[in-house]
Structure formats: structure tokens, C-alpha cells
Design a protein around this ligand. Sequence first.
Ligand code: ZN
Length: 134
Amino acid sequence: MKKIEHIGIAVKDLEKSNALFKQLLGEPHYKTEEVTSEGVKTSFFKVGSNKIELLEATNSKSPIAKFIKKKGEGIHHIAFAVDDIKAEIKRLKNEGFTVLNDTPKRGADNKLVAFLHPKSTNSVLIELCQEIKN
Ligand code: ZN
């Protein structure tokens, strides 16, 4: 794994949280993106070479809606940048981790992503992400 790419935070109201994180970080978000397949609207903030991703549910079946219902707002996942996501998925499965999607899927921010089940990672949802090269 190369570095922490971003930290994902589940929020109820993206617009309000965009304003709050702008105050906190001193810079506005640099993009918003909707990932229809995941039922989320996201916004991204730069913090040095890392990012903060805010996630708001767009429907009640969204994983973010379920998370907020269960735990409230807060840190949802930690994302690590990887060079070769397929190789990492294979490596982590061999190490005994539960990978939620064996086939990487398209996430926000031009990334291929895969998630590890929190039950295998001390209750922290882990995202692997690999930049899609065009
Ligand atoms: Zn993420």
C-alpha cells in the first residue's frame, strides 16, 4: 500500500458539511461527484497529499444511509492507494481478510475500488483504490 489516499466521513447533509469542512480546513472542496451505483453524493477536500471525502446518502438503501442509521455521522472508511488493486485483493485474501468485492468497481474520483469487510479489520471499513489511467 502506498499511502492513505483519503478518509471517508458519512454526513447527513453534504451542503452543511461542505461549509463546516471549509471552515475547518481553510479551503473549499474541489469537487463533488455522485456515484449512482452506491447511492452516494460525495465531495472532496485536499489536505496536503491526502484527502477528505464526505459522503451523503441519496437513497435509503445506500450503505451510507444504513451506516448513519446504525452509528450516526462520523468516520466511515479509510482508503489506501495501491498500484495494482487486483494483486492487493489477491494478497489480502491470502492473508485471510474478507474482501467485499473481488472484482474492483468504479468509485468516485476516477478510481477503481474494493472494500474489506470491517469484521476482518478491527471494525474499520478499508477501501483500496487504484487510480484509473486514461
Ligand atoms: Zn472512499
